[in-house]
Design a protein. Structure first.
Length: 256
């Protein structure tokens, strides 16, 4: 690993715990039927997130250009590069590692929905991003989720251990620096997957839980299993007090 990548990863994992607590607001394309309240006013939401001082914030390139200047250099930025949906009605790369460098990002993120006919193409896109990013010393974070195809034609995301084991193995093969995938819901099964993985694994925040305490309980399981952190979206910007939610998830992820 070169010095540039080391510098960027050290910014993301700067907490003494060695773990990363990041917040994501890169959910736009998945809500084509109506945006949740927490994503309607991005400047206000990002201001409340930043007030909680997370270890990083993940967003799309355009949002960074429009909303991030006030926090530039103060909080690490992870730039999402893909817009996609689980049903493959969209699956496109809209930003490059070079864009991430020009925006001062500390990592570039990409997405894969595993299983199905498009799995290999999505993994190739990830490998191509890794190849480009390597030349620029830009870390790559893969957001990868197992899909479940239902008889009625709908597609949902799973968190069963066998699916998570497969997504993590796919991530390893692409050469990414960090794998983000759903928590299995069980400490022991998640620990077995992490122990067998040479790449750092962080957990996805998952669907919005009935209460913040439910989300915090799952995060505690991630930490107990050996995960190096989590990236949380809905369970932060989907609550009334966003800043307090950031602070709460940080306490659990960092054990403080």
């Amino acid at each position: 690993m070169g010095l540039g990548k080391t510098v960027r990863l050290n910014r993301l994992f700067s907490h003494p715990s060695g773990r990363m607590c990041s917040i994501a607001v890169d959910h736009f394309l998945g809500y084509q039927t109506g945006l949740p309240d927490g994503l309607r006013d991005l400047p206000a939401t990002i201001a409340q997130i930043a007030a909680g001082s997370p270890d990083a914030v993940t967003m799309n390139k355009g949002v960074a250009l429009g909303c991030w200047e006030a926090y530039a250099g103060k909080l690490p930025l992870i730039m999402q590069s893909v817009v996609t949906r689980p049903d493959d009605s969209a699956s496109h790369q809209i930003a490059t590692p070079e864009d991430a460098v020009l925006l001062g990002a500390d990592a570039i993120a990409t997405v894969v929905f595993a299983y199905g006919d498009t799995e290999a193409a999505q993994l190739k896109r990830t490998a191509d991003t890794v190849r480009q990013a390597h030349k620029l010393e830009m870390p790559v974070i893969l957001h990868i989720y197992p899909r479940i195809f239902h008889d009625d034609g709908t597609v949902t995301l799973g968190h069963h251990p066998e699916g998570i084991e497969w997504t993590v193995r796919c991530g390893i093969e692409t050469g990414v620096d960090i794998i983000k995938t759903p928590y299995t819901g069980d400490v022991e099964s998640f620990r077995q997957i992490i122990d067998a993985c040479p790449t750092p694994v962080v957990a996805a925040g998952g669907p919005q839980t009935p209460t913040l305490d439910d989300a915090l309980e799952a995060l505690a399981g991630v930490v107990a299993a050996g995960g190096v952190g989590a990236t949380i979206g809905r369970n932060v910007w989907g609550v009334a007090d966003i800043t307090a939610a950031v602070e709460a998830v940080k306490r659990v992820v960092h054990g403080a």
